[in-house]
Unconditional design. Sequence first.
Length: 127
Amino acid sequence: MRRVVVDMQNYLFADAVALALKNADSDFDVLRSESPENTTDLCRLSVPYALIMEVTEYPPWNLEERLQIRSEVKRQNPHCKVVLIVDENAEKKLARRVRQAKKDGLIDSFIYGSVSTAYLSAVIDTL
């Protein structure tokens, strides 16, 4: 069973992502972080296969704070895959910065918020 931690600002979106992952592959055990402040502790306790975090322009979901969480999680669990989700339509500059973070090797993957749940599940499955 591969654990996946989901940390998103929008609870409905987080629930949809969790449900999509559970429905796509019974091998995923999805845990949802209640807040960015709890994400590092949840990852330390659950030792996830992947961490999926939404990125926005606003704290505590901005890119800088997400990369801080990523660093702490990677320090504790170097094998954890880190995936960022960004709304490429509403936040074009941020989407470019997230793509650059992938190019720079800071994250394992990124996904646009407009992709289908099937695509999201496939990306997580192939990390």
